[in-house]
Design a protein. Structure first.
Length: 340
């Protein structure tokens, strides 16, 4: 029993004399609470272990000790509760700050986007005005006598081109009738190289090859081919028929040239008249108009997208503010009206 009594006195004395830290910071409070918890546990353990000895040798002090320990434990539990409350307060404070900063960011985004919309609308209005002006200019040019005359000339050029194609087809068809004797003559001829080159062109594209400058040489080629056919140097099934076709083409060459030169001269005359209307400036104006229309449509799309984003951001902000109000009410049991 004496040993038990000594143990109880030693433990209680030791723990009662334990030095607590100065309470200047939250960490100091945490450390002091931890030390108090350890001391109470040690005292509780030794008293529980030696409860019979305490009742025998210290009956009149047992209740006082019990009451003091109960008071200390109550104070200790209060301190723990305060620490828990402080930790929760820190957590709540962090959450409120986070949500507040999020709302501030949302407000800045809304402010920035709200400021962009009037600028974009101003740019859109400028583009619309430019389109209106460009359309007026193009409409004025389209309704001008010069433009009407230009279109008339362009139509005449197209008709003249059709006549030229028709003539070229006619010439090619005529030469197709002598393609065999000409082709065979090309490989047996002893004509000079320039004439042979011209003959090759005549075989592949007669309509283009027939020109005033080439007329004499072409007749020489055709007459030589005709002689070769007649002599048998050029072997074809119906030599007389081939000779007749060659002879007929020689007679038609002047007619082909007259018609071809007339069409070419007409085309040159018509092309020279196109200068009555500045088509390059007109097309540049139309291209600029189309680009401006595209830019305006793009601007409208940007504005719609920005307005949609702004509506969504505004809705998100309202939801975040409502959520913050509920959190504040949950923390403080007070209803708040948040104004932004």
């Amino acid at each position: 029993m004496t040993r038990s009594k000594t143990e109880v006195i030693s433990i209680i004395s030791k723990e009662a004399k334990a030095k607590m830290p100065q309470l200047g910071t939250l960490d100091d409070v945490k450390k002091a609470t931890e030390l108090a918890s350890q001391a109470l546990k040690k005292i509780g353990d030794v008293l529980g272990k030696n409860s019979r000895v305490i009742h025998v040798f210290a009956k009149k002090y047992a209740q006082d000790l019990k009451d003091h320990l109960a008071t200390i434990n109550t104070n200790y539990m209060s301190a723990l509760q305060l620490l828990d409350n402080y930790v929760k307060f820190e957590s709540d404070e962090s959450l409120i700050k986070e949500k507040t900063n999020k709302i501030i960011d949302m407000i800045q985004i809304i402010t920035d986007k709200s400021a962009q919309i009037p600028k974009l609308k101003t740019m859109h209005d400028h583009l619309a005005a430019s389109i209106s002006e460009a359309k007026s200019k193009t409409d004025l040019l389209k309704s001008s006598p010069q433009h009407a005359k230009y279109l008339e000339i362009k139509n005449q050029i197209e008709q003249n081109k059709k006549e030229e194609n028709k003539l070229y087809k006619e010439i090619d068809e005529e030469f197709s009738k002598i393609s065999r004797p000409l082709g065979k003559y090309f490989y047996v001829t002893s004509l000079e190289k320039p004439l042979k080159i011209l003959m090759e062109d005549l075989i592949h594209d007669p309509a283009k090859t027939i020109t005033t400058q080439n007329k004499g040489s072409i007749i020489v080629i055709l007459e030589s081919c005709m002689k070769g056919t007649l002599s048998g140097a050029v072997s074809v099934k119906e030599a007389d028929k081939s000779v007749d076709h060659i002879s007929a083409i020689i007679r038609k060459i002047d007619d082909f040239l007259v018609r071809k030169n007339a069409l070419m001269q007409k085309d040159q005359d018509l092309q020279s008249q196109l200068g009555i209307f500045d088509i390059d400036a007109f097309e540049e104006l139309e291209q600029k108009l189309q680009k401006t229309i595209t830019d305006k449509n793009d601007m409208e799309s940007k504005i719609k997208k920005l307005e949609s984003d702004l509506a969504q951001e505004t809705s998100n902000r309202a939801h975040a503010i409502s959520e913050l109000g509920r959190d504040l009410q949950s923390i403080s049991n007070t209803k708040y009206v948040i104004l932004v």
